[in-house]
Design a protein around this ligand. Sequence first.
Ligand SMILES: Cc1ncc(C[n+]2csc(CCOP(=O)(O)OP(=O)(O)O)c2C)c(N)n1
Ligand SMILES: [Mg+2]
Length: 524
Amino acid sequence: MTTRNGGAAVVETLAAHGVDTVFGIPGTHNLELYRHLAACGIRAVTPRHEQGAGYAAEGYARVGGRPGVVLTTSGPGLTNAMTAAATAYAESQPMLILSPGAPTGTEGSDLGRLHETKDASGAMGRLVRWSRRVGSPEEAADAVTEAFAAFRGTRPRPVHVEIPLDVLERPWGGSPWVGAVTAAPEPDAADVRRAAALLGGARRPLVIAGGGAVDAAAELRAFAEALGAPVATTVNGKGVLDESHPLAVGAAVRLRALQKAAADSDALLVVGSELGDADLWEGRITAETVIRCDIEPGQLHKNCPADVALLGDAATTLRALLEALVGTHGPGPARANELRDACRTEASVDAGSYEAINAAVRAALPADGVLAGDSSQVTYLGSVHFFDVPAPRRFCYTPGFATLGYGLPAAIGASLARPDHPVAVLLGDGAFMFSVQELATAVDLRLPLPIVVVDNGGYREIRDQQVARSIPPVGVDLRVPGLAALATAFGAHGVRTTDPGALTALVADALSADRPTLVHLEME
Ligand SMILES: Cc1ncc(C[n+]2csc(CCOP(=O)(O)OP(=O)(O)O)c2C)c(N)n1
Ligand SMILES: [Mg+2]
């Protein structure tokens, strides 16, 4: 007979918040969490490394819009998940990491216990929004509820809850509760009127949308159309405006052509972006008049001071701006077209053959498909600019933390979050080798996942940087194993090609297979 205990307090509370999937690896110390999953209707997905569990949870959150939940054991299980937690922090994704902890009274005692960690919650607390070691089953359930409340009403970021072993085992007779959602701030009405007047009066307005705008796509589109303004996005905002829309410029903020257009604009609206250097590639965003909207006060003047700062949720603020807008003078699609061409021309120079590779994969993937990339040239020089998406939450990549090994596990999470959207992976050989073991997870789940690995013989980006600094290449020319054979050994399909033009047919076949397909694209 199963008794309800601290583990049940946590798992029943997860279920009460609609969680039906968790990513993690079972261990000696988290058994009392795993015990309750099936009874609560929660599926346990087992990636082959906790880092992969974290990236899968990130992809699940990014594409599905629901928080990703990671279940680790104590000690190495948790420390293995730290890079993914830090990734979710940098990329503003909602993630709940749950781990067991040393029994009450033994924390920090250096007794030589299994998986003993000097200060697990303290370490996590340095990386995520908050990390809490709880003292009772009730407190554990409260912490989970608090995490979910914050995911919705504030900038989404990861949190960690540590449940001591004795608390997991302690009897619990409570019932899960969902609690209230933290209410998002409402923008100040006078500031909204001022912003609307500045934007409406502008002759050369421009809009930049970031990851904070992904749930405001309809509002952004309506506002941009009323304003007649071109819309560019950051990478995390990619697709907020359908990239084939006449006003869409694409995920172009790193390009000098876009940065110049901002500098030439007379009113710039930035929605939900910190305009971080990782997005701007040492460039800058400036404009005569800057209006910024963000849910977090600390973001409103970051990297580019605002003349009008609107503290609020993106959708609510854009609706209010649209209502207050009168007599616009925006240049409309003609200017957007011109800008898009300038951006594509600039991006083409660095992209080289990555442009054609992306076009070939794009041609095989249905419009509503999701692409997962990695910190590889084919992604940030290629897919960001040459893989158009019609909506937000269709592109997995971590431009801020730039985490190698993310793409494959993120695609697994994305596939589980939205089984109705076909998913493909397109990444470099270096990136793939960081998470090669997650091929086993994709095979377990029988995902019809095309995984296109662009093999340029190792860490090409770092090699290029060494050459640019006259450093003789060191540690960057790497032997890549025969990936097609390796895929077959994992139980996936594997094919090798040297022809980017062959990718369309290969990816199309892979999408209708009964298992993942690895396509090893060997470049000259
Ligand atoms: C975890 C991690 N370690 C190291 C780096 C530094 N780094 C950035 S790009 C890169 C090379 C990646 O190789 P690959 O995926 O094959 O892409 P390529 O540059 O060859 O196109 C490295 C090592 C990183 N971003 N992340
Ligand atoms: Mg490479």
